[in-house]
Design a protein around this ligand. Sequence first.
Ligand SMILES: *[C@@H]1O[C@H](CO)[C@@H](O)[C@H](O)[C@H]1NC(C)=O
Ligand SMILES: *[C@@H]1O[C@H](CO)[C@@H](O)[C@H](O)[C@H]1NC(C)=O
Ligand SMILES: *[C@@H]1O[C@H](CO)[C@@H](O)[C@H](O)[C@H]1NC(C)=O
Ligand SMILES: *[C@@H]1O[C@H](CO)[C@@H](O)[C@H](O)[C@H]1NC(C)=O
Length: 487
Amino acid sequence: MVRLWCSSLSITLLFQQLIRLCISWSVQTPTPPLPILPLPTYSQLKWQQREIIMFFHFGVNTFSDREWGTGQENPAIFNPTGLNTTQWATVAADAGVSLMILTAKHHDGFCLWPSKYTDHSVISSPWQGGKGDVVQDFVNAATAQGIDVGVYLSPWDRHDPRYGNDLLYNQYYLAQLQELLKKYPNVREIWFDGAKGANAKNMTYYFSDWFSMVKELQSSINIFSDAGPDVRWVGDETGSAGYTCWSTINRTSLSIGSPDIIQYINTGDPKGTDWLPAECDVSIRKGWFWHKSESPKKLSELLDIYYNSVGRNCVLLLNVPPNTSGLITEVDANRLKEFRSAIKTIFHQNLAEDCFVKVSSQRGGFGPEKMLDSDHLWSYWAPRDDDDEKDHWVEIWAKEGRLRFNVVRIQEAIGLGQRIKRHEIYVDGKLIIKATTVGYKRLHRLDGGEVHARGVRIRIRKARGVPLISSIGLHYDPFWHSKFTVS
Ligand SMILES: *[C@@H]1O[C@H](CO)[C@@H](O)[C@H](O)[C@H]1NC(C)=O
Ligand SMILES: *[C@@H]1O[C@H](CO)[C@@H](O)[C@H](O)[C@H]1NC(C)=O
Ligand SMILES: *[C@@H]1O[C@H](CO)[C@@H](O)[C@H](O)[C@H]1NC(C)=O
Ligand SMILES: *[C@@H]1O[C@H](CO)[C@@H](O)[C@H](O)[C@H]1NC(C)=O
């Protein structure tokens, strides 16, 4: 009896072992790694992927040849003889832009739509006999081209007498916000400009009321201000992000006016508790509004801006001001086309696609090939979990001969959090770049100029958790002429 019991016990044990083996043999789809908080929202991810968006500064300043109107302008000066928002949208579409933002009201207080709360608007101008609505035309034209819209409503108002009275002005401002967001659906970004003259009247803006109202009326909108809540200002108007640029920051530490704040919003914070990526606003000309005396920046300047904004984990908001005819000037439109075409030329070919790509380790199902497909968000290389403290790297080797390139592109899978703190690039074993953050997109133009090399190694020296890389690229930029040549 005893003996029989024993053997039936061992048979049971054996059986259990077999079941365990079967479970481990059965193929399980490998799961993605855990995210590292904070994460972007759906709308913030969409915004980031736009890369370049366009700003349109238009209003009484266009006609008075000023940058900041006084608020005393006669609305009669607003009279664009050939206003054609379809031309604006065509220019934007040709530039490959997916979002266009209009100054519905600038600091001078003149409204480009017929607001019922003031007569300082298109109602009082001769344009279309006072029956026109630039915002509506703008929305219609953009929508017809499949382009999303954004609006800018200046908090600082030099015309309205309620400005300076906290209660009355906040009521007026909120009334206009409601008016805009009810009248024009599907607004994707709203811009709260922090600009205010040194001698402006004292005023407390009820930001919490404004932001809550905006989200109530249109939940998919991204709110831009110096301090978010969805998109932050980069801290300058030159179109240049910090060499280090985190999309994370502590919102509670952001109060504009404190001395170190510009530095803080410029670089972000690796310990930041809020996902609040930076937008780089810059004008294609010197001024934000059109001035006869100004001309557009050179292509090389626009490309520098691109590398310093999009190439540093930001979205570039490029302003292209319509002229007094109500049209984008031809030289600006042509410069934009050149810009678009240059970006295509540089990035259409990725030399890494024809190379051997090796990695330090890999999590099952998340191999190096994931860095070479067209999904730059949810398809990524991941090292093994237990590789936390190790040196992570990616190597790209020519199958034969040498590679000719001068740009290295790295992209993180930001859907799972921004992670990389420090990285290095080696060309044929030689360290040539030491850098910090990567984020959605990091572009390195090689200072040595054109490189002819057998291989490149990207080393991740420090990260929050394991790095997750969604895309890598080696590109050749024929527009980049640096002083030195290394080969
Ligand atoms: C407006 O601009 C579009 C695109 O450039 C053009 O096709 C159209 O003819 C223009 N409309 C008028 C009235 O000039
Ligand atoms: C503005 O308000 C602040 C705080 O209430 C006050 O300290 C300051 O003196 C005011 N400045 C002006 C110009 O009224
Ligand atoms: C941001 O918040 C985190 C978490 O509370 C904290 O560790 C970090 O020091 C803060 N950063 C700054 C600059 O205050
Ligand atoms: C505005 O731009 C259009 C397109 O280039 C041009 O035809 C028009 O003359 C310009 N208006 C002024 C005032 O320069």
